[in-house]
Design a protein around this ligand. Structure first.
Ligand code: LER
Ligand code: MN
Length: 272
């Protein structure tokens, strides 16, 4: 089982990123606990020194399975579905800017809240059309560099666009790009899916990335989700990507990261 954890390259507001702050010290701690990778949350790749990033990641024998883009929404309000076309264009350009960095690390680009919400005065289908056109453009820009995009179904309290796996799969059909898949997140699935295991089976080989947090969005093992059953269903689909921890830094970031890997490695041992 390949395990990673979300790490922000810069300070951000999003609460479920356990690690913010001193980047290299955090990478060292993450490697020390036995993680195999770090998922990078990057607001704008132009703010990142890619050589330095690669040096730090390599020095700690980690890889980067995915790059999160949601901070561009959280900190700057960029989205694919804003009624202002200049905002939509800026969001598309931001994803295109991520492509060279993602190619360098062989990382999936995550489309979470960068897709936006349906803003007041915008019809849902209009937002869907903007979303589909944006994803088609980003997928076309990413394909020559063999970069994949993963759209994350996100619970209803955070967005009204693509809350569950069914809607995600229908969206992928409409986008019609081979390099477009889904990121499933156990926290959102627990809110939206009638059966999380069944949804994992339905998504099958379209699962490009996987986030884990428990029912309370604390580390796996701190709530009531059955991670053994969920991971069994996930691996039965043939998924061989990363299981990436995205949870609250509770009771504190170090305890959460350490407890998560203890819980997930114990499940790995039980499954083997
Ligand atoms: C990001 O991966 C996520 O899960 C969302 O909750 C962001 O708001
Ligand atoms: Mn997530």
């Amino acid at each position: 089982m390949k395990l990673s954890i979300v790490l922000s390259t810069h300070a951000a507001q999003f609460q479920a990123v356990a690690f913010k702050g001193d980047f290299e010290a955090n990478v060292a701690k993450i490697a020390g606990w036995g993680y195999d990778g770090v998922e990078l949350a990057i607001r704008d790749p132009k703010l990142v020194d890619a050589d330095e990033l690669e040096r730090i990641i390599d020095a700690h024998h980690l890889v980067v399975p995915a790059i999160g883009t949601g901070q561009a929404w959280g900190e700057e309000g960029l989205s694919f579905t804003d009624p202002d076309s200049s905002v939509r264009l800026a969001a598309i350009q931001r994803v295109k800017d991520h492509v060279p960095l993602a190619a360098r690390f062989d990382a999936v680009i995550i489309i979470g809240l960068l897709r936006g919400i349906v803003k007041p005065g915008v019809a849902h289908e209009q937002a869907m059309e903007w979303l589909i056109a944006a994803l088609q453009e980003c997928c076309a820009a990413a394909a020559p560099m063999k970069v994949r995009l993963a759209l994350e179904p996100i619970n209803r309290y955070e967005t009204t666009l693509i809350n569950n796996v069914d809607q995600g799969l229908e969206l992928i059909e409409r986008v019609g790009a081979e390099n477009m898949g889904l990121l499933l997140d156990t926290f959102h699935m627990n809110i939206e899916e009638p059966s999380m295991e069944e949804s994992i089976r339905c998504a099958g080989d379209r699962i490009f990335h996987f986030h884990v947090a428990d029912s309370n969005r604390w580390y796996p093992g701190a709530g009531h989700l059955d991670f053994r059953s969920l991971l069994e269903a996930l691996f039965e689909t043939g998924y061989d990507g990363f299981i990436s921890g995205e949870f609250m830094p509770m009771p504190d970031a170090d305890t959460a990261a350490h407890q998560a890997i203890l819980h997930l490695r114990a499940i790995e041992n039980a499954l083997s």
